[in-house]
Ligand binder design. Structure first.
Ligand code: AMP
Length: 283
């Protein structure tokens, strides 16, 4: 496996791959890789001849008060994991390589970015779409794989690809969870043992809502109240940021339960902000 730190080296690899008629799949990550990321690499390997994993903690998607500095960065271990998972290349550029000091161009999706995480992190998705567009232009992949764990991010990127005619096929991979239900996240390392056990209320509330909907309960307020009471059991360590039942397609709140639904939840557990979601498909 090759490790590239410069755009020039990365481009040379992509050009060579494409010139030899091989396909290329990109898995964008911020590192601190876990089994969720690895499942994306494995899906990418089933889609393309060559897999590039990008490892880059992108400063433009963090606000000044967020955890950019404390975000875990175990780069050497990450590179080893990519090799074991079957990637052909890792792209791990520096900030100076990725952003000119007078960088002044951004890609902004203006609709799906607004609710949910967009409310508490207003510049976040602009940073995500900007860096993903840059990665698409640098790596020129045929396909790219994202996780359903970041449901809003996945929809924002698919919208960007559609609206900007990016020649990249987007694939989504299911959320990988611990055996007790907690969604794997690079931020879980920040949880104390007590916070981690309180964080289990997040998947519990989502599963509770899904079970009620599947049982035929149609009162959205009743379902949300039940979610609240599951989460209240973990207070005061767990503080809800949002808890919404939305149309899976356009992320708009629904007034009745039908079609493809997304139940999305964000909560702060101690100082760590966690997000999770569950999809429900009704006939
Ligand atoms: P991140 O490194 O957190 O930016 O995530 C990189 C990619 O991995 C994104 O497409 C995420 O949606 C995906 N991802 C993160 N956690 C999980 C998980 N538990 N299961 C599946 N995919 C995940």
């Amino acid at each position: 496996m090759q490790v590239f730190r410069t755009i020039e080296e990365m481009r040379a690899f992509s050009l060579k791959t494409r010139a030899s008629q091989n396909t290329l799949a990109l898995v964008p990550t911020m590192g601190a890789l876990h089994a969720g990321h690895i499942s994306l690499v494995e899906l990418a390997a089933s889609l393309a001849d060559n897999v590039v994993v990008s490892i880059y903690v992108n400063p433009t998607q963090f606000a000044a008060n967020e955890d950019f500095d404390s975000y875990p960065r175990p780069l050497e271990a990450d590179i080893a994991k990519c090799e074991t998972a079957g990637a052909q290349a890792v792209f791990c550029p520096s900030h100076t390589e990725m952003y000119a000091p007078d960088h002044s161009t951004y890609v902004e999706e203006t609709r799906l970015s607004l609710p949910l995480c967009g409310l508490s992190r207003p510049s976040h998705f602009r940073g995500v779409t900007t860096v993903v567009m840059k990665l698409f232009n640098i790596v020129t992949p045929h396909s790219a794989v994202f996780g359903r764990k970041d449901a809003q991010q996945a929809r924002v990127i698919m919208r960007m690809v559609r609206d900007m005619n990016c020649p990249v096929e987007i694939h989504l991979a299911p959320t990988v969870r611990e055996s007790d239900g907690l969604a794997l996240s690079s931020r879980n390392v920040h949880l104390s043992a007590d916070e981690r056990s309180k964080a289990l209320a997040i998947p519990a509330a989502l599963n509770d809502a899904k079970a009620r909907i599947t049982r035929g309960i149609t009162d959205i307020e009743e379902i949300k109240a039940a979610m609240h009471s599951v989460l209240a059991g973990a207070a005061p360590q767990l503080e809800i940021d949002y808890m919404e039942i939305l149309s899976s397609h356009n992320l708009e709140p629904v007034s009745e339960l039908s079609g493809e639904l997304l139940i999305a939840l964000a909560a702060r557990v101690g100082k760590t902000r966690l997000i999770d979601n569950i999809e429900v498909s009704l006939a």
